[in-house]
Design a binder for this molecule. Structure first.
Ligand code: NAD
Ligand code: GLY
Length: 361
């Protein structure tokens, strides 16, 4: 097992990464604050992994909340089911909430923990590649709104993140690829050496080579922990973690939540951000080609859906958490391995990217 620490003074927490960690009861129970736990999971993950967790906390009067599976259920309505269960079971403020699942469960359970009785402790147990490399770390929690992705939420840090890499064995191929989008993101925004490693080792990741996956998860969590420690509430550098997300969130909202997986939308969004960066003469044609090639090799899309017109895209992009005082801001690549946040992208260049980076309708 490897352990990283996310350094946030009094709210610092460990990120444990290793094979078989779900079997280690003490790793979990040492982070339980009171004498009661609630486990939030979904109907796909519950039959796979809930029994293992339940066994560790059997003496802690566990409450179990099994949500429907899917991005379309990441909503305030479904969130309420967690509150219903906690209140019905008379859970108090020292109940520790455990999120067992992918990013949807993690974001929803985290937001429930942030708001139930104004805040209860929680632990992230991520089970998808995407949640293991990104969403379980850093304390962004929340739900979608019909008008915009992740628009309702809170920054609220977990007490620990427990990453059992063995859970990836049951992950569908499409979901593995979706997670690779966020993996590639770290190479692009701040870790060019890792980008080169990915070019050499992507096939191992696709083949679920345990050593390669463990290396990539650790490297991504290390990158994320450094960024979050420097800028927890996203007043600066943390926004670079959103490379491809302004485009990607527009795709997810515009196509209907769940139609494109989060990582698929982010992959196309990163290719669009690279194209725009090339138009600004920050990236060379050769660098853009390398980026597209790696994303394609990860079995991910590099074009936006043709059914979203550039005009509709611009409308959707206006609902973005990076908008400040009415001005849109975009994360672009100054170099391969260095991201910048800018509100000075010429409209003509953006329109050219939107027009050219679409699948045929
Ligand atoms: P997800 O949670 O929908 O999980 C993907 C699918 O895999 C689901 O069907 C799930 O039930 C299933 N699954 C989970 N673990 C499994 C396992 N071990 N074996 C088999 N099936 C398994 O999607 P995701 O890709 O994990 O997360 C995407 C979400 O994360 C989006 O809502 C996105 O907005 C959010 N996100 C949040 C942050 C953050 O910082 N909080 C960062 C990135 C993404
Ligand atoms: N996934 C972006 C962030 O955590 O800031």
């Amino acid at each position: 097992m490897k352990t990283l620490d996310l350094d946030l003074a009094a709210r610092s927490y460990p990120i444990y990464i290793g094979a078989g960690l779900l079997g280690q009861a003490e790793l979990l129970t040492r982070h339980v604050a009171g004498t009661r736990v609630a486990i939030v999971t979904n109907e796909t993950v519950a039959p796979l992994y809930l029994a293992k967790l339940r066994a560790h906390v059997a003496s802690l009067q566990p409450v179990e909340v099994v949500l429907p599976d899917g991005e379309q259920y990441k909503s305030l309505e479904v969130l309420n089911r967690i509150f219903d269960a906690l209140l019905s079971a008379r859970c108090d403020r020292r109940t520790t909430l455990i999120a067992l699942g992918g990013g949807v469960v993690g974001d929803m359970a985290g937001f429930a923990a942030a708001s139930y009785q104004r805040g209860i402790p929680f632990i992230q147990v991520p089970t998808t590649l995407l949640s293991q490399v990104d969403s379980s770390v850093g304390g962004k929690t929340g739900v979608n709104h019909a008008l915009g992705k992740n628009m309702i939420g809170a920054f609220y840090q977990p007490h620990a993140v427990i990453i059992d890499t063995d859970t990836l064995i049951t992950l569908p191929d499409r979901e593995l690829s979706s997670g690779l989008a966020e993996v590639i993101k770290y190479g692009l925004i701040r870790d060019p050496e890792f980008f080169v490693w990915l070019e050499a080792n992507l096939d191992k990741l696709l083949a679920r080579d345990a050593e390669a996956l463990a290396f990539a998860i650790h490297r991504c969590c290390r990158n994320k922990a450094e960024v979050v420690a420097a800028d927890e509430l996203e007043s600066g550098v943390r926004a670079t973690l959103n490379l491809g997300h302004t485009f990607g969130h527009a795709i997810e909202t515009g196509m209907g939540y769940g139609a494109w997986l989060h990582g698929e939308a982010i992959a196309a969004g990163m290719a669009m951000a690279a194209d725009l960066s090339q138009r600004l003469e920050w990236l060379t044609t050769a660098e853009t080609a390398r980026i597209e090639k790696l994303i394609r090799r990860a079995r991910l899309p590099v074009r936006a859906p043709g059914s979203l017109s550039p005009a509709r895209f611009l409308e959707l992009m206006a609902v973005d958490k990076k908008v400040q005082d009415g001005r849109s801001r975009l994360v672009l690549l100054k170099h391969l391995g260095e991201a910048v946040v800018t509100d000075e992208c010429p409209r003509t260049a953006l329109e050219a990217t939107l027009a050219s980076m679409r699948e045929a309708a």
